[in-house]
Structure formats: structure tokens, C-alpha cells
Design a protein around this ligand. Sequence first.
Ligand SMILES: Nc1ncnc2c1ncn2[C@@H]1O[C@H](COP(=O)(O)OP(=O)(O)OP(=O)(O)O)[C@@H](O)[C@H]1O
Ligand SMILES: [Mg+2]
Length: 217
Amino acid sequence: MCPTRLYGRGRVAVSKNIQWQEGGVTRAEREGRSGHRGVSLWFTGLSGAGKSTLAQALEHELVTRGMLAYTLDGDNFRHGLSNDLGFSRADRSENIRRVAEVGKLFVDAGFIVLCAFVSPYRSDRERARVCLGQGDFLEVYVRASVDTCRARDAKGLYAQAAAGQIADLTGVGSSYEPPESPDLVVDTERQSPVEGVAATLELLVRRGCIPARRESA
Ligand SMILES: Nc1ncnc2c1ncn2[C@@H]1O[C@H](COP(=O)(O)OP(=O)(O)OP(=O)(O)O)[C@@H](O)[C@H]1O
Ligand SMILES: [Mg+2]
């Protein structure tokens, strides 16, 4: 039987007789070796706003500079770990809970983990922040209007929504709650992908996650 049971939006832990096991290598030791902090960058925004584009480019830049970085992407996540979930309010919430838990493991492993998920609801993102820890969660609002996203329609989702084939597309048939005080806003109507990557790198330097010298390398 599954060790946890789903109760609507919340989950109740039912496992008993379990004890936390400390790892053989601490996070601090890992960070000392890599020369940068483990941290999560949480990219939120409408479908087509540019989350994956930005995360992929940033991941490439960080790894090229010798850092540990990995992207958790919405579509990929739903291919595997969340392939049992749909797009109801409860399922979206559960999806984000799983992302946060996986992201937390990456942070503990010393990675800069880039989470690219629409994650439309503030309460879900706040729970992700609590799960990951305030100092290990940087929220990046990837902003573009619905009209712009519809014009881009990178995956054809807006056309499908217009044809009545998708009822709950965020920004069309389902609401999106923008962050109230994100750590960074990347406006993809005004900033190019290169500028978006540069702004995110600056944020990582400013928050002491990566060294400045690497940023200017
Ligand atoms: N300044 C920009 N930054 C990022 N993407 C841009 C920018 N200008 C145009 N684009 C284009 O917008 C599209 C964004 O698609 P992308 O898949 O990155 O969106 P997404 O936010 O990950 O959507 P989804 O939530 O559906 O996964 C791409 O086709 C990209 O080339
Ligand atoms: Mg994407």
C-alpha cells in the first residue's frame, strides 16, 4: 500500500517507525568542494512565458562555468514522477509538493536546481518555499502577458484552448496568481533570453549563492 494517503489538497503522512538517516557527506562539505551554494530558483509564469527557455540557457551557462546545476521542468516531471496527476486544483498542488521535495534533495546535494513550473497558485509556491527553506528558495517571476503567450503559442496549447480542447489552461480557463514579492522579475516581453540569464546570474551573486568572479569569468 502507498505509504501516504491523499486527502483532497493535503497529504497526511502515515508512515510509522521511520528514522531520519544522516548522510555520509554534509551539504557544507559538498558546497566547499563545488565553490557555490545549493539553492533552488523557482521559475513561475504562464505557459509560453519563457520559463523553460530561461532555465535551459541558465543551466547551460552554470554547468559551462563548472557548477552543479540541474533543471526540473514541468513537462518532464509529468512524464515520470507525476504521470498519475492531472490539472485539477488538488493535482496541481500535489505536483508542486513533489517538485519541492525533489528540489530539496538537489539542494541538499549542493545543486543549483532550476524549477520551471507554471505553479499558478501562491499557496502552493508558499508551501514549496517552506519545504525548501526560506534561504534556499528564490522566486523568479517570468512575466509575459496572456496575449503575448498566445501569440507565441510555443506548444499549441492556446490554440487548443481556443478550440475548446483544453478547458483549464492557466490564464485562459484557470487562474494565475502572480507573485507579490518575487526575488526577481524577468519580463520576457522586454528582456531577451540573454538578458534574462544575466539578471538571474546577478541575483545568484547578490544572494551569495555563486561567486562574483565566476559571474564575470
Ligand atoms: N525573452 C524571451 N525569453 C524567453 N523566451 C522567449 C523570449 N522571447 C521569446 N521567447 C519564446 O517564447 C517561448 C517560451 O516557451 P517556453 O517553452 O520557454 O515557455 P514556458 O514558460 O516553459 O511554458 P510552459 O509552461 O508551457 O512549459 C519560446 O518559443 C521562446 O523562444
Ligand atoms: Mg516549460
